[in-house]
Write a protein that binds this ligand. Structure first.
Ligand code: 5AD
Ligand code: SF4
Length: 468
């Protein structure tokens, strides 16, 4: 048994990162005939980890199922970013417990992902949820087989709180055969004072560019049209590796593979270079879509958040991107109610939103995360005030989303068609180069292709169009 440890997770040493080439030879008969149910919560990084977990389970003989009633193993791949992620997990665990007690005593329940890296969570699982069989963290997904084989032990908990390694030769069961996630870096060293990620995912470790390019080339060969380069701070790529490419150079190299579309998330304003903006401007297959988290419009709060930029520096960068890449769309993340955020601080956030007129924004109420510096601040702002601020911010953000979308009406734009629309099977859906969701009529036979679409109607969160 190995329990997570916050002090260990916080540590950053100069220890070298190991690049480990995984041996993927599994015995397909190990769990033949058994079924797994996998549920993933949270960000794209978790979704992509879910694709790895699925591949690993299937190589051991498991088949996927989408109900817990038909499953032999349930794996919950969790998110820790805000408290409501916890609530969702415990709600679902209740259902699993019921199923195990009433119908299937042999049901194996496993928890992994970011919550598994939290000391407090694992303590609670041990005390109050003894029916959970296995717990493993973000650093040891590749030990799933051993954990499943030892499942008869009482609560098998293996969570490493290390800085982390880089695993290569990973298999994925990708959710799509049109677009793919590609990790370029793991972990985060920024330690924004509100954020749990540097503790749950370890230090920043970049993959070698040669491995990344190899993976993208393989995806191109297999017919993929789009890759999204993934990392907590993609534009800090390579900084900790001697002689490695910069993110701008990596973007160019990925563009040179000839894949139809390249995207990347998430960029940190602090690491955004002019070279990056030029590469985005100059390479047609790098999509003009940038997610640029603001977090707060108040320099005072930004400083307390440890964000490393002021409101003015952010605005300067924002304007430069808009000027140099005029057709770009820019989205953001904003937190309201950081401890002791004043009315004046909040007003500055609204001012920045008024100035940037984002294409869209993800907005959150600050959620204290155990072990982070911000969680220790005595916060005088009530939840009522925070909720009102969120409401006001959302009104403004939605107004600008609609405005940005309205500009598309009557235009003809390229859309990568991804599949049949869930709500209306006479339509298909896809995304523009600028990451706008479009529901399209007349393109049933165009799934997997980039086609010209005329936009006939714009809403706050999607566009309607017809194929040309
Ligand atoms: N509370 C609220 N929102 C948070 N985020 C990260 N940590 C917290 C927190 N403790 C938001 C940030 C980040 C996004 C992924 O989640 O805006 O960019
Ligand atoms: Fe969290 Fe900041 Fe790292 Fe983003 S950059 S993952 S917000 S610590």
């Amino acid at each position: 048994m190995k329990l997570p440890n916050l002090n260990e997770a916080r540590k950053r040493t100069n220890n070298q990162v190991d690049y480990i080439y995984l041996d993927q030879s599994y015995d397909e008969n190990t769990f033949k005939g058994q079924k797994y149910f996998l549920r993933t919560y949270g960000c794209q990084m978790n979704v992509h980890d879910g694709e790895e977990i699925a591949a690993r389970l299937e190589s051991l003989g498991f088949e996927a199922t989408d109900t817990i009633e038909t499953a032999d193993v349930v794996i919950l791949n969790t998110c820790a970013i805000r408290e409501n992620a916890h609530d969702k997990l415990y709600g679902f665990l209740g259902r699993c417990k019921h199923e195990k007690e009433k119908n299937n005593h042999d049901l194996v329940i496993g928890i992994c992902g970011c919550m598994a890296q939290e000391e407090g969570v694992v303590e609670e699982l041990m005390k109050k949820h003894p029916y959970v069989d296995i717990v493993f963290g973000t650093h040891n997904i590749h030990e799933l087989q051993e954990l499943l084989l030892k499942k008869n032990e009482k609560q098998n908990i293996e969570v490493y709180s290390c800085e982390g390694n880089v695993y290569e030769n990973v298999s994925y069961k990708r959710d799509s055969n049109i677009k793919a996630w590609v990790n370029i870096q793991y972990g985060c060293d920024k330690f924004c004072t509100y954020c749990i990620v540097p503790y749950t995912r370890g230090k920043q470790r970049s993959r070698k560019s040669s491995e990344i390019i190899k993976e993208v080339e393989e995806l191109v060969k297999n017919g993929y049209k789009e890759v999204t380069l993934l990392g907590q701070n993609v534009n800090a790529y390579g900084k900790e590796l001697d002689g490695e490419m910069s993110f701008a150079e990596l973007l160019k190299a990925v563009s040179d593979t000839g894949i139809a579309r390249v995207r990347f998330v998430t960029s940190h304003p602090w690491d955004f270079t002019d070279e990056m903006i030029k590469v985005i401007r100059d390479c047609d297959n790098i999509m003009p879509y940038i997610h640029l988290p603001l977090q707060s419009g108040s320099s005072r709060i930004l400083k307390l958040m440890g964000r490393r930029y002021t409101k003015e520096e952010y605005l300067e960068l924002y304007k430069k991107i808009r000027e140099w890449v005029p057709n770009s769309s820019i989205t953001t993340d904003i937190i309201v109610g950081f401890p002791n955020e004043s009315d004046e601080d909040f007003k500055e956030t609204l001012e920045v939103v008024n100035e940037c007129k984002y294409d869209s924004a993800f907005t959150f109420i600050y959620s204290p995360r155990e072990g982070t510096p911000a969680a220790k601040i005595d916060d005088k702002v009530t939840m009522d005030v925070k909720e009102k601020r969120l409401y006001e911010l959302n009104e403004l953000v939605n107004k600008y989303s609609l405005e940005a979308n309205k500009k598309y009406e009557g235009k003809i734009v390229p859309v990568l068609i991804e599949g049949v629309s869930e709500k209306d099977n006479t339509k298909v859906y896809g995304y523009t180069d600028t990451m706008k969701l479009v529901n399209v009529v007349g393109a049933q036979d165009k799934i997997g292709e980039i086609i010209d679409v005329e936009i006939v109607d714009a809403k706050s969160f999607s566009l309607d169009g017809k194929a040309i």
